[in-house]
Design a protein around this ligand. Structure first.
Ligand code: HEC
Length: 236
């Protein structure tokens, strides 16, 4: 039994090295993550899987899970193809409020997206006023632009290639790209670069892939990357 276990472990190791050597890694980008996660209400997520951040991979069988302490729940996933848009979607329902961490397993090797832990709240109490006032009164999270960016940095898969100390999720090929913790950029340049990284000539033959970021994602990413160093971006 023990020998079998060692055999299996060795085989898995060989398989994962082979997968890595053949370039078997992918960037899993979860987009349009809502701020407010509510217990008992299905949360829908949409994601793309791109080998090396470049080539979209179809036909995968992803799984979606969320953990809070010893609690674990699974979601439902499917592939979509609408009006020329392809990708994957899933829904997951949190049985109770608390800090929940969601992982999207892409179905392609070990490639996955790990979201930062999120506070799942009870329910919305309808109130009048702005959306923020509404959420705040209901005790729902209202993220600053920089905090939203920090969460997107994990969700969109920037952590696959880049290390950032404020995010603290280790990606599949972290170190492939420069660490960004202490880097600051001119905002206008960064907006252009993130929308189209090919404006920068490759460094050491490496180039940042175009992850199809939306302007809505780019603004919070810039706020996060350029947030003053050493200051933890607060949740509220
Ligand atoms: C597939 C790996 C990969 C992923 C995923 C990735 N990057 Fe990069 N990124 C790179 C590489 C490689 C470079 C270095 C490019 C260069 O210097 O020409 C880079 C450079 C950068 C730079 C520095 C630009 C400069 O002018 O020096 C920033 C900022 C950046 N990435 C932000 C992001 C953000 C934000 C995300 C997520 C939305 C992200 N990256 C996802 C590979 C990646």
């Amino acid at each position: 039994m023990k020998r079998l276990a060692i055999g299996i472990t060795a085989a898995m190791l060989v398989a994962s090295i082979a997968a890595f050597a053949s370039g078997g890694w992918a960037v899993v980008s979860v987009a349009k993550v809502p701020d407010a996660w509510i217990a008992g209400k299905p949360l829908q997520l949409t994601w793309q899987v791109r080998q090396h951040g470049v080539t979209r991979i179809d036909g995968l069988r992803p799984t979606l899970e969320a953990r809070s302490g010893s609690h674990r729940v699974e979601g439902r996933t499917w592939a979509f193809n609408e009006d020329g848009q392809r990708g994957y979607r899933g829904t997951i329902t949190f049985p109770e409020p608390g800090e929940w961490q969601v992982t999207v397993h892409s179905g392609f090797g070990r490639s996955r997206a790990v979201l930062l832990p999120w506070r799942v709240v009870d329910s919305i109490t309808p109130v009048r006023g702005t959306v923020e006032a509404h959420l705040e009164t209901a005790g729902l999270p209202v993220f600053s632009e920089a905090e939203r960016g920090r969460r997107l940095f994990a969700a969109l898969g920037c952590v696959t290639c880049h290390v950032h100390r404020e995010v603290g999720i280790k990606g599949e090929v972290s170190g492939y790209a420069p660490e960004l913790t202490d880097r600051r950029f001119e905002a206008e340049y960064l907006a252009r670069f993130l929308a189209n990284p090919s404006i920068k000539p490759p460094t050491d033959g490496k180039r940042m892939p175009n992850l199809g970021l939306r302007d809505k994602d780019i603004a919070p990413l810039i706020a996060f990357i350029n947030a003053s160093s050493g200051r933890r971006v607060t949740t509220r």
